[in-house]
Design a protein around this ligand. Structure first.
Ligand code: ATP
Length: 473
């Protein structure tokens, strides 16, 4: 019998399902709180030895899908710091804000739209301070501070999410011409659109893909790595002619949905969320949501942004960002179809989806991460049956040395075999190999499958080709 964590629904403020993931992440070296020995640093996390492997696998799969497997998308790595004028043109300096209220009793600062959502009241992105305050006042009697339970709040004020720095500013006053840490990676793509067009052979329709860090002064940082102040985005902006934007929008929606299925996420845990009240520039906007232990929440946004971004940057920079179609000599400002995903949210989704607690025969139980092999931090673990038999250890090392050239592998001679299996199950290693005395005589080993726990003997000379078929799908 197996229990799936995703069926564990949690109430407001009580994330038991999430707690199991958080605990596994810490115990097994996936995610640590930032600066933990100094009691942590709110809403910032570090990736441990297995976490960095998982995140790299997610990013590599995304990158390959976007660039290597297509001939119309190229890559970019723009800097985190940009001219502050970029953020004025994009509208972030004026309009990138969330409604903030403060609990007068415990002084917690809360994001009002998220708090309302916890009570099933939807506030939309377009609302003014006044409008959201009105909704809040109407529902005041039922809304409690999630930290202390009090019902005494300040008025809601819009709080800008851009993170400021004093880069290149030696006046000692950070508010004097602040330089921002980028709030999203896509602005680096828009401002390089012309460079890419002029320096490569791309023609419309084409895309630019980028993976990189973004920073937001998020008001409430709950739900582990779901919402952090420093995070990584995987964004692709596809530049199209205006009359084809709807066609490509539908194509990208379809491709991005399939991407999550390809990562092994179960389809019943995904759903579309259509933005009904669009931000002023968007032509159409859908999110892919995942069924996290705290409910369905955004994993990725897919937006038809029209010509808003390139028009803004044209106007503010004075540079002509229009495109001259060589086939008919028509000039236009391209529309942008954007796909914008978070590495951290994908990481959390694949962990939640893969997490299983299984009770086994003889009242034994195990925790197992049934990750798709291509996502698993470690693909194969190699064990000598006994640590104190040098000939077994030497043979196991020899096999490890062959396999490590193909995949990230681990050598482990510590503790009994059962314990070594459990450890690998918890980090999602799809295959374990045990070298015993028969291996020395017959040249074969025991190969154990993570999901079925079945074991079979396989000849050492066939290992690589057998595992290639299983791991590199
Ligand atoms: P939310 O409504 O949850 O704040 P958003 O709509 O502001 O998200 P976008 O600006 O569309 O998010 O960013 C695109 C993607 O970047 C999101 O789908 C998410 O995967 C990721 N992302 C955004 N903000 C954060 C954050 N604070 N922490 C982790 N990932 C984030």
């Amino acid at each position: 019998m197996s229990k799936k964590i995703n069926s564990l629904k949690t109430e407001v403020g009580k994330d038991d399902g999430l707690e199991k993931i958080v605990s596994l992440c810490k115990r097994r070296g996936f995610v640590f709180s930032s600066s933990e020995i100094y009691k942590g640093f709110s809403a910032v996390y570090d990736l441990g030895p297995y976490g960095v492997e998982l995140a790299n696998n997610i990013k590599n799969i995304w990158w390959k899908n976007m660039t290597q497997f297509r001939d119309d998308v190229v890559g970019l790595d723009s800097a985190i710091f940009m001219s502050p004028k970029v953020w004025e043109a994009s509208g972030h300096v004026k309009g990138f804000s969330d409604p903030l209220i403060e609990c007068k009793k415990c002084h917690s600062r809360l994001r009002l739209d998220a708090l309302l959502e916890d009570y099933g009241i939807m506030a939309d992105e377009k609302m003014t301070e006044e409008e959201i305050n009105k909704i809040f006042l109407k529902n005041k009697d039922k809304i409690k501070c999630p930290n202390c339970g009090a019902q005494d709040f300040s008025e809601s004020k819009n709080f800008n999410l851009l993170v400021k720095s004093n880069l290149g500013n030696f006046t000692g006053d950070i508010d004097k011409e602040p330089v921002y840490l980028r709030g999203e990676t896509c602005q680096g793509i828009y401002v390089n659109y012309k460079n890419v067009l002029d320096s490569t052979r791309v023609k419309i329709p084409f895309g630019i893909a980028q993976i990189g860090k973004a920073f937001r002064n998020e008001i409430t940082a709950r739900q582990f790595i779901f919402r952090t102040r420093e995070f990584e985005q995987m964004e692709m902006q596809y530049f199209v002619s205006p009359d084809e934007s709807e066609k490509y929008y539908e194509e990208w929606k379809d491709l991005r949905w399939k991407f999550y299925l390809d990562l092994g996420i179960r389809e019943e845990n995904l759903k579309w969320h259509q933005h009904e009240n669009l931000v002023f520039y968007a032509k159409e906007a859908y999110d892919i949501e995942y069924n996290f232990p705290f409910g369905f929440k955004e994993l990725e946004g897919i937006h038809n942004r029209g010509d808003y971004d390139l028009t803004q940057h044209s106007d503010h920079s004075g540079q002509d960002l229009s495109y001259l179609d060589p086939s008919d000599n028509k000039k236009f400002i391209p529309y942008v179809v954007e796909t914008s995903a978070g590495v951290g949210r994908t990481f959390l989704a694949v962990l939640c989806d893969a997490y299983n607690e299984e009770s086994l025969e003889g009242e034994d139980s195990r925790i197992v991460l049934k990750l798709a092999p291509k996502l698993a931090p470690i693909k194969v673990a190699v064990f000598p049956l006994l640590k104190n038999k040098p000939e077994l250890v030497a043979k196991a090392k020899e096999i490890f040395d062959i396999l490590k050239k193909e995949w990230r592998c681990e050598f482990d001679d510590n503790g009994n075999i059962g314990k070594r299996y459990r450890r690998q199950d918890e980090i999602g290693t799809p295959y374990c190999i045990t070298v015993d005395f028969d291996s020395l005589e017959k040249g074969d080993v025991t190969l154990r499958d993570r999901d079925t726990m079945k074991q079979k003997r396989i000849n050492i000379s066939n290992l690589v080709s057998y595992l290639k078929g299983k791991i590199n799908d």
